[in-house]
Design a protein around this ligand. Structure first.
Ligand code: NDP
Length: 475
């Protein structure tokens, strides 16, 4: 079933498609496939909602509704977690964490709804000049498969907090938790017309939404090439567009750092979510004097990770999302070794896993040069490239020598170096002596080909509002 105008219903065409369980390769669900008539119905409803009470509901009241959404997610937390674990192949512990993070996102924007302030500007003319924030209009929210519920929440919560109606397009591989979230939104009191969820093929639904003049704002997370395509399809309508795109983030480890801790902690910064993470520290830059010891420790810690079935509580790394995504990762491992890199560990199908699932043991490539394709292109799989560097200047040059600029880490005990390198790296998010990239309260997004605009934090509200300047003459 789709969700159109707050109501579950079949697609107008009656068509459905199969959703697989990556751990077994078998069919998990049959989902209604939206088509042109469904897009039209969803956008008509959203347009009605924008003319209706939701944008004019006091921000405090919208915040209360979002607080009920957070409670609604928590009340069904295990249902969400098991569904996400099975559909996206996530270890159940990670899925539970993501469900709680989704609830926290709604809680944060519940509080932000009545704190997104305008301004009073001291102009020269006699009178009063005020800056107002107003909802932007119908928002199309397009979501990838790697963090399905969480990324849907990052977009849905600020869009609704600002008073906008939404149409969610989940990834075809993982539409299930977005549909469940739609139910929670309606139960919490978001008006039906303001919420639709349209699973179905990216190209047709995506183009149908992004090229439609009823859509005022598009928030997209996914591949850089798709983001560029959306800029083109939405350009005639001058839609507001924010994009969270790919990454090839560096973790830069200096010899003066607590490099043993860096080695241990960076394992999950690359391989968490089986490497299918736009923030994955897939390039690990290590100072030459500690390189060999670092590689040995990092590879041993990688090989010790448990790859297994998502619902097994001991699993640390689940399967990849699809057979195709695993093929891509294997192709890159082959490209890396053919170019002269050494495969130190991983890269095979782990023993004990369902042979019909899309499992791959995490692979460490050492002796990588930044010019190799494994270092330049986003793999989106469990493949780490370790690259040696001589000194600070070379580390900065290598880290910045990429079309991307999403995330990154810097490991040093030298405060001055920490400041210098942090300022020099061209990336939207950076952690010093840590690998964490995402906090609900802080802006998240990329430089260069990693995106446009920011999600989370107070800055997210800017993207879902228009600024109106009003001058009241006192003459
Ligand atoms: P895609 O760009 O293929 O898909 C993302 C979403 O866009 C899906 O819902 C997809 O639908 C939809 N889509 C596909 N074609 C179009 C189109 N023409 N117009 C509008 N929407 C379209 O990315 P993936 O799902 O494969 O996700 C992996 C990629 O996303 C990686 O490159 C990764 O780095 C990036 N990513 C970036 C993040 C960030 O925050 N910067 C976070 C997570 C991922 P369908 O599924 O039906 O094809």
């Amino acid at each position: 079933m789709l969700l159109i105008a707050g109501t579950r219903r079949p697609a107008a065409s009656g068509r459905t498609f199969e959703v697989l369980e990556p751990a077994t390769g078998s069919v998990l669900a049959e989902v209604a496939e939206a088509g042109a008539a469904d897009i039209d119905a969803a956008l008509d409803a959203a347009t009605r909602a924008f003319a209706g009470p939701w944008p004019r509901t006091p921000a405090t009241e919208r915040g209360r509704v979002l607080a009920r959404v957070a409670a609604g997610i928590r009340a069904r937390a295990e249902e969400f977690a098991v569904l996400e674990a099975r559909n996206a192949g996530k270890p159940i512990g990670d899925a539970r964490w993501e469900v709680e993070a989704a609830a926290s996102t709604f809680e944060y924007f519940a509080g932000a709804a009545n704190k997104h302030l305008g301004a009073v500007i001291p102009v020269s003319e006699p009178g009063l000049d005020v800056v107002l924030r107003e909802p932007v209009g119908v928002c199309a929210l397009i979501v990838p498969w790697n963090f399905p519920l969480l990324i849907t929440s990052w977009k849905t919560a600020p869009a609704l907090a600002a008073g906008n109606p939404i149409v969610i397009k989940p990834a075809s591989l993982t539409p299930l938790t977005a549909l469940l979230l739609g139910e929670v939104l309606i139960d919490a009191g978001v008006p039906g017309d303001a919420v639709s969820v349209l699973p179905g093929p990216g190209r047709s639904i995506g183009d149908g939404l992004t090229g439609d003049p009823r859509v005022a704002k598009i928030s997209f997370t996914g591949e850089t090439a798709t983001g560029a395509h959306i800029l083109r399809t939405s350009s005639d309508n001058i839609a507001r567009v924010s994009l969270e795109l790919g990454g090839k983030s560096a973790s830069v480890v200096f010899a003066d750092a607590d490099w043993e801790r860096a080695a241990d902690e960076t394992v999950m910064a690359v391989f968490g979510n089986t490497g299918q993470d736009c923030c994955a520290r897939s390039r690990i830059l290590v100072q030459a004097s500690i390189h060999d010891e670092f590689v040995a420790r990092f590879a041993a810690a990688t090989a010790a990770r448990t790859v297994g079935a998502p619902l097994d509580e001991t699993t640390e790394l689940g399967p990849m999302i699809s057979a195709r995504q695993r093929e891509i990762a294997l192709e890159y491992i082959g490209l890396g070794t053919a170019a002269g890199a050494e495969l130190v560990t991983g890269g095979g199908v782990p023993a004990g896993c369902d042979p019909h699932g899309f499992f791959l043991s995490p692979a460490v490539l050492a002796g990588v040069d930044n010019s190799m394709r494994v270092a330049r292109e986003e793999i989106f799989g469990p493949v780490a490239s370790i690259i040696p560097f001589r000194d600070e200047g070379e580390a900065i040059d290598i880290a910045n020598d990429t079309p991307y600029g999403l995330s990154g880490s810097l490991w040093t005990r030298d405060l001055g170096r920490g400041i210098r390198v942090a300022r020099a790296l061209r990336t939207g998010v950076l952690s010093v002596n840590s690998n964490k990239s995402v906090r609900t309260e802080t802006p998240f997004g990329g430089y260069k080909h990693s995106g446009l605009g920011r999600e989370l934090g107070p800055q997210a509200m800017d993207h879902y509002t228009e600024i109106k300047n009003v001058f009241f003459s006192s003459e």
